[in-house]
Design a protein around this ligand. Structure first.
Ligand SMILES: O=C(O)CCC(=O)C(=O)O
Ligand SMILES: [Fe+2]
Length: 253
């Protein structure tokens, strides 16, 4: 990762790259997401590719073939691979993608991604901008989670906290956010359930100088009116079990 993409403020390391994919690539990915695979949650909906993790945080895959569909593999996964951030992981590659969709007013409670994954997460945002709140972990009152379908409400910190140890990162459509190191293990992240993000300016947005379109935010008076945002959360799940090998491999041939 190039140092010029590093987000100043939060613990190392968070990197932000605007326009990581083009508008045409964004549109193609949004079209490719199958409409019949959504899992409805109370505050958003999600898809897990190639599958949800089991209760023991294992990813069960059906064959030796590439586990992610081609519309995720290219250009997103291949481009993340080229950044070199995932090469040292358990499998040296991204093997899992959560797709979250948030309507205006929807969000996700502060949480950490936990030990199911190699501690590197890459998030591509599609469709609309959103503010991600990053907060230094507090000694109690948070929970580690994998897929997040059972996040507890009321945990974590106040959304509008201006304490030290709290940062706002604006994620524009088509941008990439990569989190690892102490930022992965020592912070929580969440998205407020609001119809618009307000007060966005140099002093309140940690990645202000890295944004693709600062002018648009300034013109809008520091407001981001929420639209439908889809995020791709790409990670390397540590535990993988190959179903084909286990069930049919023995005794055949
Ligand atoms: O939508 C996002 O950017 C955050 C998603 C997230 O935190 C998660 O899936 O663990
Ligand atoms: Fe998360």
């Amino acid at each position: 990762m190039q140092d010029r993409h590093r987000v100043p403020g939060p613990p190392e390391s968070i990197f932000y790259i605007p326009n990581f994919i083009t508008k045409a690539e964004e549109a193609k990915i949004l079209e490719s997401i199958p409409p019949n695979k959504w899992i409805a949650l109370s505050h958003r909906r999600l898809q897990a590719w190639p599958a949800r993790l089991t209760a023991t945080n294992t990813l069960i895959t059906s064959s030796s073939a590439s586990s992610l569909p081609s519309w995720l593999q290219d250009p997103v996964v291949s481009r993340i691979q080229a950044l070199g951030v995932i090469q040292g992981s358990t499998h040296g590659d991204v093997n899992h993608c959560l797709i979250n969709e948030y309507l205006p007013g929807q969000g996700i409670m502060p949480h950490e991604d936990g030990g199911a994954y190699w501690p590197v997460v890459a998030t591509v945002s599609l469709g609309a901008s959103v503010v991600l709140h990053v907060t230094a972990k507090i000694a109690s009152g948070h929970m580690a989670e994998g897929e997040g379908e059972s996040r507890k409400e009321g945990e974590g910190v106040e959304e509008e906290s201006r304490n030290e140890g709290s940062w706002r990162i604006l994620q524009e459509p088509r941008s990439l956010l990569v989190t690892f190191g102490a930022a992965y293990t020592e912070t929580l992240h969440g998205i407020a359930e609001v119809e618009e993000d307000v007060g966005l300016r140099e002093g309140t947005v940690a990645n202000w100088n890295l944004l693709g379109d600062r002018e648009g935010i300034v013109k809008a008076g520091g407001r981001n009116v929420r639209g439908t945002r889809v995020s791709l959360t790409l990670r390397d799940v540590r535990k993988v079990s190959k179903l084909g090998g286990k069930l049919f491999g023995k005794g055949r041939s």
